[in-house]
Structure formats: C-alpha cells, structure tokens
Design a binder for this molecule. Structure first.
Ligand SMILES: C[S@@+](CC[C@H](N)C(=O)[O-])C[C@H]1O[C@@H](n2cnc3c(N)ncnc32)[C@H](O)[C@@H]1O
Length: 271
C-alpha cells in the first residue's frame, strides 16, 4: 500500500472507531472555549440570503454544519468516514423540517466530483481535515472549485511550531530535525494501524497554500493564542471564561499571534 493510501485508510479506521464517542471526547471546558472561538469566526460569514448553500467538509459528527442547518441553510455534510456521516444523520430527526435541507456525502475532500462547481456561499473545514488529508493543495483547489464567486471558506490546520514540543519533550532530536524539514507529524493513537499522517503549517505556509489555489485571504488567527489547554483550571467559572475569552479575542486581532497557537484558522474569499 502506498504511504498516502495507507494514511487515508488509517484515518478512516480511526475516525470510524471513535465516531460513536467523538462528541464525549471533546466535551470539556477547554473545547467549549475553543468552540466559542470557532463560532465567533463563522458568525460574520453566515450568509444573509436564506437561499444560500453551505458545506461542512470533514464534518465529523456534524457540529458546525448542523448549526448552519438549524439557521435554515441548505447544508451539505462531507466526511470520508461512513461512521461519522452516520452519526450526523442520526442527529437530523431532531432538526424537524429543516432536516430536509441536509445532504450527506461520504467522500474524500480531495475528490468532490459529486458536488457541482461554484455553488456554496460558505464552506467550512473545521477540526483540521486539511492537515489530515493526504494532499492539502488538492483539497484547497477542490474547495475553491465548489465555492461560489464571492463566497467564503473557513478552515483550520495544525500549527507547525506548536507541534515541535512533542519531540522536545521526548528528547527526540532526530524526529525534530525530520519534522522541521517536512512539517509532517503523526496522529499518535495507540493502535499503529490507525496512526495517520498530519501536515502542519506555519501561518504564512497556510496562507500561501490557499492563495496558490486562487483564494484571497481575509484573516488568519490562532486557536488558542493563550495556552489555555495547559491551564484548563483557569476556565473554572463563567466569569473567568468570559474574561479569558475577551483577552483571547483581543490578542488574536494581531495575526502574528497565530504563530504561538496549537491550531491555525484561516478565513478566505473566492474572488
Ligand atoms: C477532528 S475531526 C473534526 C470534525 C468536525 N469538523 C468538528 O470540528 O467537530 C476531522 C474530521 O475530518 C475527517 N476527514 C479527515 N480527512 C478527510 C478527508 N480527506 N476527506 C474527508 N474527510 C476527512 C475525519 O473523518 C473527521 O471526521
């Protein structure tokens, strides 16, 4: 099996296995903080036109696409894991008549040939499917193709500099050297057959990736700029949560702070 095909199979295997418990895995106050930042980024790009179409790539259990569907937009959910799409479909009945506006698709974001060009007003690719997929440049081109002219896309990816910590903690200089050269890391789950490759980016590499595809960058931010993950206790009560959120949003107004964060979030427009 070629390395890329192997990584794809490993990702599908892992995501199929965790689909049933995925929501519970990310149900804590740090991820609540992280999710609030995601929604703050999406809100200004929610289409004004009720007939607009949205697409959630690497939708997982549907966290973001379901919010768009709930707001009334026709939403297409795409994931390469059938079990993730199944979890999303199980949530549709609770949406009532809006569920009719959902389209579910098991597909690799590298080949969205099942979707017509120039149709989506808003495309999301949250939770780093761009880092997981085997060819981020091709994914960016597919995103451009299915996006309407003037439409927006928002994607997240793993930040390269943040990932260096893993190698230093283990005193693995060989690993660090290879990582600095390539930006490639692995998802470190116990079962080796589920360890898929992860592509990390510096903020300017992520910007260049999308600009080469033909997008215009509107904004890049770090998620999270404050090292909240190591200091979850600082989110202990609602007042602290809100104060830290205000500080995080203030810091992230300066795009250069993105370089310090675990994840990068980029907002794009198709010209
Ligand atoms: C970390 S989860 C994020 C799920 C969801 N977007 C969220 O933010 O909660 C990443 C998702 O991307 C999907 N994914 C990874 N690579 C993909 C690819 N090449 N094509 C389609 N989906 C992919 C995985 O199956 C998984 O469901």
């Amino acid at each position: 099996v070629k390395p890329r095909a192997h990584s794809k199979q490993a990702s599908q295997r892992y995501h199929n296995r965790v689909a049933g418990k995925y929501d519970a895995m990310y149900d804590d106050v740090y991820w609540e903080f992280h999710d609030r930042l995601t929604w703050e980024a999406i809100k200004p790009f929610i289409p004004r036109d009720a007939s607009a179409r949205c697409c959630d790539l690497g939708c997982g259990t549907g966290k973001w696409g379901l919010k768009l569907l709930k707001s009334g937009y026709a939403t297409t959910f795409v994931d390469h894991s059938p079990a993730m799409i199944q979890r999303t479909s199980e949530k549709l009945p609770s949406m009532g008549p809006k569920a009719k506006k959902a389209t579910l698709l098991v597909a690799d974001m590298l080949d969205l040939s099942a979707l017509a060009s120039d149709q989506f007003d808003l495309i999301l690719a949250m939770g780093d499917p761009l880092s997981i997929c085997s060819d981020p440049a091709r994914a960016a081109s597919e995103m451009l193709r299915i996006c309407k002219r003037g439409g927006a896309a928002i994607a997240t990816a793993d930040n390269k500099v943040a990932a260096t910590q893993y190698f230093l903690q283990r005193g693995d200089l060989d690993g660090l050297e290879a990582f600095v050269a390539t930006g490639r890391s692995r998802w470190l789950t116990d079962d080796r057959s589920e360890q898929f490759e992860l592509m990390t980016f510096t903020p300017s590499q992520l910007q260049a990736l999308f600009e080469r595809a033909g997008f215009i960058m509107c904004k890049i931010t770090g998620k999270t700029v404050l090292p909240i993950r190591q200091f979850r206790n600082s989110l202990a009560d609602a007042t602290m949560f809100d104060r830290l959120m205000r500080m995080e949003l203030e810091l992230s107004r300066d795009p250069s702070t993105a370089a310090a964060a675990g994840h990068l979030q980029i907002v794009l427009r198709k010209p």
